[in-house]
Structure formats: C-alpha cells, structure tokens
Design a protein around this ligand. Structure first.
Ligand code: ADP
Ligand code: MG
Length: 402
C-alpha cells in the first residue's frame, strides 16, 4: 500500500483527504472532538509539505440531502483551532463554489468540503451513481489520501471509488490504526482478552466467531449480555434482546467451551424499571432478573471480576460500553473496565490496550480518563471489528490495488 511518502513532492499539488470527522454534536457544539484531533497530524503534514489540502468527510446520517443540523461547518472551525491556522469552508462538495475554492487554494492552505453524505450518490449501492460522484470529487484534486479509518469498511464514493480515479495513498492515521490492529491479529501477547459490550448487538455478534479462535478470554457486557443470558434460559425482562440470534449465541457458548476460551458473563446486573437516568437502580443476580425491569449495567461483582481479568492480561481489545454510561447510575461497570485498562497500560512490562468504538472512546473521556492513559484509542469501531473479523475492508483493498 502506498503511503504519503510514496506520493513524491506535494508542493503546489491539490490533495483530497478523506478524514473521519464524524463527531457527536449537541446542537452545533462538539461534545467529543477526538476524531478531529486524530485527523490533524495528516492534514498538518500535507499542509506543511506545501500541498493544497481539501478535506472531505461526513457527519451523521443525513439521508442524501442537505441537513443544516449536520453541517461540517462547526467541525471545520474546530479543525482551524487545532491547526492554529484558518480553514476555508465550501458549502457544498462538488458545486461551483467548491470548485472555485479548490482551484483558488494556495500552498499550505486547508479547506473543508461540506458533508459528503448530503449527496445521495456518496452511499449509493449503484456503482455508476457512486462513480459519477467520485468523478466530480476527483476533478477537484490531483492526489487522494485515505485517512478516515472509521469509514474504510464502507464501499462509498469518497472512500472507495475515488481511490481508483486519482493517484492514492494511505494517510498516517489509517496506517497507525492498522499497525495496532495487526498486533492483535498476528500473535498477540498472551493472555489476550477481548471485552465486548454496547448496544449494536446484531452488528457485533459476528465478531465473536473469529475472536473465539484468537482470544484467551472473552468478557461480555452491555446490551449483548441479555441475548447470552436468554440463550441460557434466564429471564431478561425488558432488556435489549436479539431473539433471532439465540441459536447463534448458544453455538458460541458451545464453541468457546470446546476451544477452551474463557467466556465470562456477568453474574450480577444493575436493573431499573425504565431507560431513564432517574429510574431507581437495583442490583440483582444475573440468573434472577425481574420480568418487569431492564438490565442497564453489569453489577459490582461482575465489574470487579472483569477488572481482574483485564489486569492480568497482556493484550486487551475493548469495544462497547458495559452499561448505559451516559447515565451516572449505570456507568460503574464501564468505569471499572476503563480503570483496569489504564492500569494495564501503565504496567512496566508494557501491556497493550486498544479501545475501539465511538461510544467507547467517548465513555473513556467522559468518565474522566485521558487518552494517553490508554494504549490506543481507535477512531473506528465498526472498522476495527471488521478488521479483527478478518473481513476485507473495501477502502483498504482498493488501495492495495492502486
Ligand atoms: P461503540 O460506539 O463503542 O461501538 P455501541 O454504539 O455499540 O458502542 O453502543 C454504545 C451504547 O450502548 C451506549 O450509548 C450505551 O448507553 C449503550 N448500552 C450499553 N449497555 C446497554 C444496555 N444494557 N442497554 C441499553 N443500552 C446499552
Ligand atoms: Mg456507537
């Protein structure tokens, strides 16, 4: 795969960079700027090399039409603050204004194009439609740099099709992410522990299949727990549940036992009558959940056990909060896991901790931990899971061929 070094002298050349600037917003206020900060080094490096830098990115899921609430403008402003230099903003991706900005850029200048997903072609399943949009994007620049790790698993115009239309290279962020993930897939230092949680249960169950082959212990928390408990025949009340995955999960439980993988499920659960911050929490045994309540966090015994397993590991990959960490009453499990990870990272014999997933990274920061207390915070949850599953990531595959 070509890197920025392989692109030669970039002075005066227009470089189109796909970054991942998909940050959580509260109105126009960015509540976690981690992805913007992670995008800065590549953008700065290109600007310092004298390139004319055009950044393209998406924000949220705007359904293929302009949505003022999902404008990248506040993100471009934050980027300017972090870069310490002005950033131009194009109110569209490929219209005349964007073309004008692209052609008027000076060496070392940076411009951000509006949310690429305002154009329905960006995420179209139709190759020709995506291709036509990619042609328009390609016309804005001389070179493409793929640096949005959070989207490399997407076959989208600004990630995939564009790489066929310009000389292309991988950016420093994607390179760094892959280097870390490679350490997890090829001979991780053992014990290798994987912690899974969160709410995108159906998306995440698939990864367990391949993790059973590589991990020594698998700790299950978050919304995923209840499909496991239900598969074992327990009551789960009104908790998140994937009914149609019960057989799959039973298969995993069996497979883990066969392979000698330590599958650790919580033994206690924090439940409440409603999904609400002020709903009164109670801790119950995992096999005795009341039918009229829902599980919103792993209980304290489970949290202590998870923390022990993490502390005695050498390599840990964590994706998905253990509970509804956004509400104080249900944040303790996630906090215990994060705390144990910081202890692993601080150890002198150098344990490796990797956190993947937008909400997991946000949880770590919201609960008061600093990025450098953890080994590596990945900017891509879905992408890192697909990588660990051994799937082909279209945005990387297309660069291999370039
Ligand atoms: P990530 O972005 O890290 O991959 P997900 O998007 O899968 O994680 O899930 C994050 C969300 O999961 C959080 O908003 C959290 O509140 C929610 N969550 C965790 N545990 C539960 C649970 N028991 N019930 C409902 N939601 C949960
Ligand atoms: Mg998420």
């Amino acid at each position: 795969m070509k890197t920025i070094d392989d692109l030669g002298d970039l002075r005066g050349r227009r470089v189109l960079v796909r970054s991942d600037l998909n940050v959580p917003l509260d109105g126009t206020k960015i509540t976690d700027d981690g992805r913007v900060r992670a995008s800065v080094p590549t953008i700065r490096r290109l600007a310092d090399a004298g390139a004319k830098v055009l950044v393209m990115a998406h924000l949220g899921r705007p359904k293929g039409t302009p949505d003022p609430g999902l404008s990248l403008k506040p993100v471009a402003e934050r980027l300017a603050e972090l870069l310490g230099s002005p950033v131009l903003f194009a109110n569209d991706t490929v219209d005349e204004e964007a073309q004008h900005i692209a052609s008027a850029l000076r060496e070392g200048e940076v411009a951000v194009l509006e949310n690429v997903r305002f154009n329905p072609a960006e995420t179209s399943k139709d190759d020709a439609e995506r291709g036509a949009f990619a042609d328009q994007l390609a016309a804005l620049a001389d070179v493409f740099v793929s640096d949005g790790f959070g989207v490399v698993h997407r076959k989208q115009a600004s990630v995939y099709d564009i790489a066929d239309r310009l000389p292309a290279a991988v950016g420093g962020l994607v390179q760094a992410e892959i280097e870390v993930l490679e350490r997890l897939t090829s001979s991780p230092e053992r014990p290798y522990v994987v912690v899974l949680g969160g709410s995108k249960v159906s998306d995440k169950l698939g990864v367990i299949d391949s993790l059973i082959e590589t991990a020594d212990s698998l700790l299950i928390g978050g919304g995923m727990v209840f499909t496991f408990l239900a598969a074992q025949g327990h009551e789960v009340g009104s908790s998140l549940l994937e009914e149609d995955q019960l057989d799959v999960v039973r298969g995993y439980i069996e497979q883990a036992a066969q392979k000698g993988v330590d599958l650790v499920l919580p033994t206690d659960i924090v439940v409440a009558p409603e999904f609400a911050a002020d709903s009164p929490p109670t801790t119950v045994a995992a096999d005795a959940m009341p039918a009229d309540q829902m599980g919103l966090d792993i209980g304290p015994d489970s949290a202590a056990r998870f923390a022990d397993v993490i502390r005695s590991a050498h390599t840990v990959f964590w994706n998905g909060p253990m509970g509804v960490f956004e509400m104080d009453a249900f944040a303790a499990g996630t906090k215990a896991v994060a705390q144990a990870l910081t202890e692993l990272s601080a150890r002198e014999d150098g344990g490796l901790s990797v956190v993947g997933g937008g909400d997991s990274a946000a949880a770590v920061r919201q609960l008061g931990f600093a990025d450098d207390q953890l080994g590596h915070i990945s900017t891509g949850g879905g992408a890192s899971l697909e990588y660990l599953e051994g799937k082909t990531l279209p945005g990387l595959a297309i660069l291999e061929d370039a």
